[in-house]
Design a protein around this ligand. Structure first.
Ligand code: SAH
Length: 351
């Protein structure tokens, strides 16, 4: 009998299982709190649960822990990068970042990615599988346990496309914010997507209160199709339309991610086109110096990014340049996982 992954169950599901097994419903809340509040993952340590019920839990459930395969700590800025090994031997990356307002964690949602963005290391290594809700969640719980901290913000910007693993990501968001459990306000969560348009509409309907980040990287439809194949399925106009609708439905500002790449999307004309595209929208632009990936020749001149930001600002578009974190520990998405699979890339930082 295959055991049930207990950390992927929400409270009503856990209560349903317990009542079907002839147990009292309130036991569900107790067990849920052991897991999500006290972070006790060994059923034997759940001391207010009877020995008989603990035995039943052990028989039917498993807790899929993540194992630290590699842990890199930046000596420059306290960024910590984990390569976690999953129970099936696959790897995912998680990055803990230290900001003045608290710790923020960048987590992965898939093993690999199908989206094929030209500049992204995750894309080169290909797609393996979706992460379960518990595997997304445990990147946070294991990191918090290892570091003895609590994170104040979560960004879904690691390996994978969150909206391509929609159901598990939504379940994860419900688990992490459950009032009876970890109780993180989703206002402190950002979800980054390359632009799976129908899912943006669906997400808006849920009114979760999270920040939607959209990886735009070009305001020119043809150019965007070249560097982001997803644009051939959901073109830029349909993406911007979906973002407008998201803003209107949720009242939340959207962030646009833009990796500035020399000779690709960094000219004055590119900045003007972006300003025209976003004018009047309740949004913010986050400019990223592109990270080096060995197989690609993409580069960013630091001065290019600030020039680009300045030009956007002059055209009324609110833009910031993302601080590069963990530049000494290869913190860019997908690079460690590929190393583990024997494929090397260069350093740099994204998350
Ligand atoms: N699939 C999602 C989230 C993962 S990627 C998305 O596309 O948004 C997280 C962010 O890092 C995205 O904005 C992505 O475009 C960006 N990114 C990927 N590789 C990069 C690189 N080499 N340099 C700079 N940003 C990169």
């Amino acid at each position: 009998m295959e055991k049930i992954d207990i950390l992927s169950l929400d409270l009503p599901e856990l209560e349903k299982w317990l009542t079907e097994m002839g147990e009292k419903k309130f036991r569900g809340k107790q067990i849920f709190q052991w897991l999500h509040v006290k972070r006790i993952f060994d059923f034997d340590e759940m001391t207010d649960i009877s020995v008989q019920l603990r035995a039943k839990l052990k028989e039917h459930f498993c807790v899929n822990r993540l194992f630290v395969q590699k842990k890199l700590e930046s000596s420059i800025d306290n960024t910590v990068k984990y390569l976690y090994k999953l129970s099936d031997g696959n790897f995912v990356e998680t990055v803990l970042m230290d900001y003045s307002y608290g710790k923020s964690i960048c987590i992965s949602t898939q093993v690999g990615c199908k989206m094929g963005c030209r500049f992204c290391a995750s894309a080169i290594a290909g797609f393996v599988r979706n992460l379960e809700p518990s595997e997304i969640l445990m990147q946070i719980y294991e990191t918090e346990k290892d570091m003895g901290i609590r994170v104040s913000g979560v960004v879904l910007m690691g390996i994978g496309e969150p909206l391509d693993n929609y159901d598990n990501v939504i379940k994860f968001l419900r688990l992490i914010s459950d009032k009876n459990g970890n109780n993180l306000s989703l206002r402190h969560v950002s979800l980054s997507t390359c632009g799976i348009v129908p899912r943006i509409y669906e997400l808006a309907e849920l009114h979760l209160g999270l920040t939607l980040s959209v990886s735009l990287h070009s305001a020119d439809n043809d150019k965007r199709s070249e560097i982001m194949p997803v644009n051939r399925t959901y073109n830029m106009n349909s993406l911007i339309e979906a973002c407008r609708s998201y803003i209107e439905k949720t009242g939340r500002r959207v962030t646009f991610e833009y990796a500035v790449i020399d000779n690709v999307n960094s000219s004055d004309k590119d900045a003007d086109k972006l300003a025209d595209l976003l004018r009047g929208m309740n949004c913010h632009v986050n400019l990223i110096p592109v990270n080096k990936v060995r197989e690609r020749s993409y580069r960013t001149a630091r001065s290019g990014v600030s020039e680009f930001a300045k030009r956007l600002g002059q055209r009324g578009i609110n833009a910031t340049v993302r601080r590069t974190l963990g530049s000494d520990i290869e913190a860019a998405c997908g690079q460690l996982r590929r190393d583990a699979a024997g494929q090397n890339t260069n350093g740099g930082a994204v998350c």
